[in-house]
Design a protein around this ligand. Sequence first.
Ligand code: B12
Ligand code: SF4
Length: 478
Amino acid sequence: MGRQIKTLLINPPFTTESIYGKFAGAGADHAPLSLGYIAAYLLKHGKDVKIIDAAKLKLDISGISKMISAYSPDIVGLHTCTPNINTVKLLASEIKDLSSDILVIAGGPHFLYNPAEEVKNSKLDIIVIGEGEGTCLEIVEGLEQGNLGQFISERSPWIRGIVYKDNNTVKINPPRDPIVDIDSIPFPARHLLPPLHTYRSTIATFKRLPSTIVLTSRGCPFSCIYCHNSAQRIKFRMHSIGYVMEEVDELINKYKIRDITFVDDIFTVDRGRTFAICKELAKRKDRLCWVCNIKVGLVDKEMLKVLKDSGCWLVMFGVDSGNQGIIDTMERKFALEEAEQVCDWCRDIGLMIHPNFIIGNPGETVEAINESINFARKIYCHYPVFMTMVPYPGTKLWDNLHRYGRLATDNFDSFTFGSEKPCFIPYGLTEGLIIKKRKEAYLKCYLNFPMVLRHICSIKSFEDIRRLLRAFRVLIGI
Ligand code: B12
Ligand code: SF4
């Protein structure tokens, strides 16, 4: 081993207002799991690493610069999703101004698209494609062997999964295979973040505080055209039951967590594993309640009952549209009748429902939006959410954009689901119509007697009343 390298991972500034628009009061700010995993992996290998969650700490660029100077890192790593790529580039050049000896790297879902251009048009030295744990470790180990210049020219060519600049020439290395045994990655280094209880979930997805997020699997077997999973065909992998329960126990005992959102793309992909996790969660039912994402077509009544009996109180799933043709265009692979069936089962069992709809889908017409609104009103549900369509770069939708519509902006800052102005306009619709129909969807779905009654009947605690009042305030603000 050579010199000791200090790595600083940064979650760039991002406000709940920029993510959720008018719904910011109901939005989440969650612990950045991705950076937590990378930091934990570096710590496991004896490396020196810190995390700054600038989004959580509401730091601006100059605040971040001060913290960088105080720690004086050799490597700064920036988490990047599409709506913060501009901030990431700004930060990269600030950091290089502070010291050109700092190796500036970035990774995250945005780089499934055109990393060579992004590295060329920024001060970033390296872009990490795909999972970052192993790649970051190799970067740290490589830099331990010499200075920045030597590292770039001599050792970077051997690191899989990176795109980098060597004397202004962009080099693209072969891809890195996804991690096979994801249990080899330690739990996210939550102790390097601001106190966990200061983060918050979206208003609809926690019952008790403190609450947090947990990931029990990586990837998804499906490939819906607007999803990042259509940009990368990564094999679906699961943590073992032992790993999941040890992490859950750590959250309950060390961090006093009382409510978990399982943020797996689909929690119920493997039926046997779902039942096994639920059996364990049921033993902790008095201390923990939880919610998860399911997929229509991958649940049945028996499974939903098992979820409920082990502490699950709400399920989230995509319906996207009340029009079957649109669902098929988006390769969602389920029938609307099945979605209705899931809602009926949930009503019988007593599970709350959080269905996601999208306004401005490819092929959408005003009639189709009305079908979505009518469907959301017809089914038994509690928290229908209406997002606008965002064609993330690299997805199938992005690649075939002109077949379906046009971009309203090419500024990635507005590529968020909650953005007031839609960034994708399908043929036949206008920006104004999408904004109008989205507002109408919320008002029609929430301000009606069955919905109000459903929420009143769901009140079980003082916390429920507080959440409902907060949700009501957000609703009258739209
Ligand atoms: C949970 C979640 C959230 C949570 C919490 C996020 C968090 N704090 O962890 C909340 C609800 C707050 C959230 C918010 C948003 N999210 Co989100 N979210 C997710 C979700 C479901 C899981 C994220 C996760 O933990 N993944 C598991 C980890 C292991 O994977 P990972 O994050 O990709 O990180 C790995 C690599 O990318 C890489 N990497 C990541 N960062 C870095 C940094 C460095 C330096 C390096 C080297 C490598 C590296 O290494 C990591 C470890 O292997 C993903 C979908 C998914 N399954 O990934 C969407 C997803 C990441 N979110 C997405 C989006 C768009 C958003 C929002 C902009 C939402 C919006 N309203 O528009 C905001 C942005 C907030 C932010 N600052 O990132 C998109 C991103 C698409 C894109 N091209 O940018 C995704 C992919 C979903 C989708 N629609 O396709 N999100
Ligand atoms: S099922 Fe969900 S997570 Fe999986 S590809 Fe489709 S939208 Fe993405």
